[in-house]
Design a protein around this ligand. Structure first.
Ligand code: AMP
Length: 362
């Protein structure tokens, strides 16, 4: 495999929108390839700033700061899917933004996202859009309870979600979510959750990491296990779903797709689309410890036009998130054998906040 003439050479600057742990890990991966990261994020606790060549702390609508940032970097990516579309569009007029703003537009809105998947023939739970009180009755008819009511925008880690059981009052639940535009989605009786981690290069070639099986606690990812224990056919189907989504978006970079695994009456595993993230993903953190090329490096390679070698996995493993005060256990975690510890350097350990992760190799 040869390096394309348009590949960004070492010394080039990768602009990253968002200053959280994903930006931090992307910056570290870029640095290892001799590339430099420039982070753009609003003021706050931005752990990515600590490990970057440069940073800009400015609002998403500060056009002077955005123009200066675009002028200072060679390519732009994001670690956070709620970057305003206007920001991505403004930057895309000045420098390549990878993946493109269309992926953001789809992933920012659960209604767009589910429709997009369904239109590609990917199985989704039954779902209905709720924007007005009149939509409630139609939604209840289309989607039988139990169901999950989710705000269309800005939900993460279970925030902006309510489970509705038979007899519950849909109108009251919608009221509790501030009558924001919502999606009512059938509750999926899954045997487990899994995710596809696909990487697509600028010319459409793809590689996929092994599929992790993901365990959530209180809607927050707790563990990712690899191998998943799923049938090889199910894993291929998961990767194929991600490939179809990425192809339809002419996507460049890492695309993560969260899936429910359902077992049919005949015992066969079937996949149901939950959501996609147009970025590196928490369920791919294990790759830094167990693969020759991590998801972070693969993303940087894809957006910089570098070759994408197959990300061979050299260990079985379980990645566990370190949440809130658990970070205070760092001395014990640091003393474990065969464990790769990654702490994010965040200043405040709020309950449930992702403070780091540990990947235990087997
Ligand atoms: P989300 O933010 O949509 O990924 O939801 C977070 C977690 O809530 C998922 O990973 C599931 O564990 C659970 N969940 C979300 N939607 C559903 C659903 N339709 N059926 C069952 N569980 C769900």
């Amino acid at each position: 495999m040869s390096v394309r003439a348009s590949a960004l050479p070492p010394g080039s600057i990768v602009g990253i929108l968002g200053g959280g742990q994903l930006g931090r890990m992307l910056a570290l991966a870029a640095a290892r390839l001799g590339l430099r990261a420039h982070i753009y994020a609003p003021e706050g606790d931005n752990p990515a700033f600590d490990v970057s060549h440069a940073h800009t702390a400015a609002a998403w609508d500060d056009e002077a700061a955005l123009a200066a940032f675009a002028g200072a970097v060679d390519v732009i990516t994001y670690e956070f899917e709620n970057v305003p579309l206007a920001t991505a569009a403004f930057l895309a007029e000045r420098k390549p933004v990878r993946p493109g703003p269309r992926a953001l537009e789809i992933a920012q809105d659960r209604w767009n996202e589910k429709r997009f998947a369904a239109e590609l023939g990917i199985a989704t739970p039954p779902f209905a859009n709720i924007e007005t009180a009149d939509d409630l009755a139609a939604a209840a008819e289309r989607v039988a309870l139990p169901a999950v009511l989710k705000t269309r925008r800005f939900g993460y880690d279970g925030k902006g979600q309510v489970i509705l059981r038979p007899g519950d009052d849909l109108a009251a639940a919608w009221e509790a979510l501030g009558r924001a535009p919502c999606l009512l989605e059938g509750f999926v009786d899954f045997v487990c959750e899994a995710s596809a981690l696909l990487v697509r290069g600028a010319e459409g070639a793809t590689i996929a990491f092994d599929v992790p099986r993901n365990e959530h606690e209180h809607h927050i990812l707790r563990h990712s296990h690899v191998p998943s224990g799923l049938a090889a056919e199910t894993e291929r189907a998961a990767q194929d779903i991600a490939r179809r989504l990425a192809g339809a978006l002419d996507y460049v970079g890492v695309l993560a797709v969260e899936l429910f695994v359902v077992r049919d009456a005949d015992g066969a595993e079937r996949l149901v689309f939950n959501e996609m993230a147009p970025r590196v993903h928490n369920s791919g953190h294990w790759t830094e410890a167990a693969c020759v090329v991590s998801q972070f490096e693969a993303h940087v390679r894809a957006i910089a036009g570098w070759p994408l070698p197959k990300p061979a996995r050299h260990h079985d493993c379980t990645m566990t998130n370190i949440l809130g005060d658990e970070v205070n256990d760092w001395p014990a975690l640091a003393a474990e054998d065969n464990a790769v510890l990654h702490l994010y350097g965040k200043r405040a350990a709020k309950p449930g906040r992702k403070m780091g992760h540990v990947t235990r190799l087997r």
